[in-house]
Design a binder for this molecule. Structure first.
Ligand code: NDP
Length: 498
């Protein structure tokens, strides 16, 4: 196992521009100041890419596709280049890890053990699909040959969020590249720099310059320009349902391009009294503490059988007290800051509103002071209903609401959220009940007696309802980067009989 060391944030060096055609480009456009989430101290200026910058990136991507043979060479060449890229990610794990920890909410120990390791593995996983999805031969009458031929889109666009910047960039870029596309990707303006390093390593690995471009900037300007660019054939986005709606509208207005949306969640954790409560508490606390709840799949609504409620809440209180907040560059830190003051105020607002609606705080509810940035105490709320703000709204903070049930039917009714359906956890030793719950709950992922992803990237992730359209990860993520051409050939069987 790698031993992680803390580091001096002032020692981290990185490129501050866009990455277009294999070069770091420093535009003379508007800039905005970027702050470290750990202490909110500004540490770099970020160029805000305009529609012209996006156009340059699309032109570079098109030129790279036509001159490099990325889409037309043997797919095994793509596999080889992507494997070298994964190896380079691993050999640069300290550098990438420091950059990610400096600029995001991810503590350095977790970035090294989980995020960077996962990025390398995701790239390898996706590389292996490059020569596996060529299409199908269809059953037709014998004097015809019907084929469904898979082809890349060309240039695809992606917009990623701030909660896991490197992981999200790899989940978007690697399937797009494996399928033979070029990509123009905009990271969140809050966490922009590590993605450029990832793209630089792709070029170093032999992926042609211009195949992976990064355009920096804000969602409203740069993100919108990517979505609307006529040369971008498809968009993949991860973020809020509100922004997903804006992206879908812009994509429709600017040329009916497909959109893949991985959006918000309000995921239930349903615990039956027969479950291993100690294990359930570990999973539920782990989900709440991971990135301090700033994860789309955070299991933020506990729905527990009444006879187990007191015991489970007692266990959770103990496990949730065991946190080490601190700057993300300290090796001992295991509890993430909230990404920005705006996000922290959003948590303040939802908690205040919930308090006004009658919610009671079993623990937490306050910020943790003393580090410069915004940390939030792990918070348990009871006496809530479906109408309470903390039950209804995605919080993106370490807040768990508690609702008790008496019957299985009631459990599933409480688990059902009117808007979201991203993920769910079910805890029981009864296999039949676990399967009934799996069928009853409307969610893109159901975890049973566990609550995390593994590095089995063959398992896709994505939402039901307003939690999204399409999937990240899995074979599906590559298929979504391919379009399908139907071919029907008259093979002249009649002529053979003549
Ligand atoms: P957003 O959904 O607004 O941001 C996610 C990404 O979309 C960022 O790169 C952002 O750019 C970009 N973006 C914003 N507006 C547009 C637009 N009109 N067109 C194209 N791209 C756009 O999330 P926020 O950062 O504002 O967070 C708000 C809430 O969203 C959180 O509290 C949380 O509930 C949810 N969220 C969900 C995530 C998930 O994984 N499902 C991830 C992040 C947030 P920029 O940051 O540069 O403005």
């Amino acid at each position: 196992m790698t031993r992680t060391c803390g580091f001096d944030p002032a020692s981290v060096e990185f490129a501050r521009g866009h990455f277009i055609g294999g070069q770091v480009v420093e535009d003379a456009t508007d800039h905005l100041s970027v702050a470290r989430p750990s202490d909110l101290i500004p540490y770099a200026d970020l160029p805000i890419g305009t529609a012209d910058t996006v156009d340059r990136a699309v032109t570079a991507a098109r030129q790279a596709l036509s001159s490099s043979g990325w889409a037309t060479q043997s797919p095994r060449e793509r596999v080889r280049a992507m494997r070298r890229w994964a190896d380079l990610v691993e050999s640069h794990q300290e550098e990438l890890g420091r950059l990610e920890a400096l600029g995001s909410t991810r503590p350095i120990s977790q970035v090294i053990a989980s995020d960077v390791a996962g990025v390398a593995e995701a790239i390898r996983f996706f590389s292996e699909w490059a020569d596996k999805l060529g299409g199908d031969v269809a059953a037709t009458r014998s004097n015809d040959l019907g084929m469904i031929v898979s082809e890349p889109y060309g240039v695809v666009g992606a917009i990623t969020p701030w909660n896991f910047p490197l992981s999200m960039a790899s989940w978007k870029a690697a399937p797009a590249l494996a399928a033979g596309n070029a990509i123009v990707l905009k990271p969140s303006e809050l966490t922009p720099f590590s993605t450029v390093r990832l793209a630089q390593l792709a070029v170093q690995a032999g992926i042609p310059p211009g195949i992976f471009n990064v355009v920096q900037g804000t969602g409203a300007v740069t993100g919108d320009a990517i979505t609307r660019h006529p040369g971008i054939a498809k968009i993949s986005f991860t973020g809020s349902t509100r922004t997903g709606t804006a992206i879908m509208t812009a994509a429709a207005e600017s040329g009916i391009k497909p959109v893949i949306l991985e959006l918000g969640g309000k995921s239930p954790q349903v615990v039956f009294a027969d479950a291993d409560l100690e294990r359930a508490a570990d999973c539920i606390a782990g989900s709440l503490l991971a990135n301090a709840g700033q994860a789309c799949v955070a299991g933020s609504r506990l729905i527990v059988e009444r006879s187990a409620e007191a015991a489970l809440v007692g266990l959770l209180q103990r496990k949730l007290s065991n946190i080490v907040p601190g700057h993300t560059w300290n090796a001992s830190t295991d509890y993430a800051p909230i990404v920005s003051e705006i996000q922290a105020r959003r948590i303040d607002r939802i908690l205040q509103q919930s308090r006004d609606q009658g919610a009671e705080f079993v623990m937490g509810g306050q910020r943790i002071e003393g580090y410069g940035g915004a940390w939030y105490q792990p918070t348990l709320l009871t006496n809530v209903t479906a109408a309470t703000a903390a039950v209804r709204e995605e919080i993106f903070g370490p807040v768990l609401t508690i609702q008790a049930f008496d019957t299985e039917e009631e459990a599933y009714a409480l688990a059902d959220h009117p808007e979201y359906g991203l993920a769910a956890g079910v805890y029981t030793r009864d296999l039949g009940r676990a399967m009934r719950a799996m069928r009853a709950i409307q969610a893109g992922t159901v975890w049973i007696n566990r609550y995390t992803r593994t590095m089995d990237f063959i398992l896709p992730t994505g939402g039901y309802k307003r939690s999204g359209i399409g999937k990240d990860l899995g074979r599906q993520a590559v298929e979504q980067n391919l379009r399908h051409k139907t071919v029907l050939i008259d093979i002249g069987a009649d002529q053979a009989a003549r």
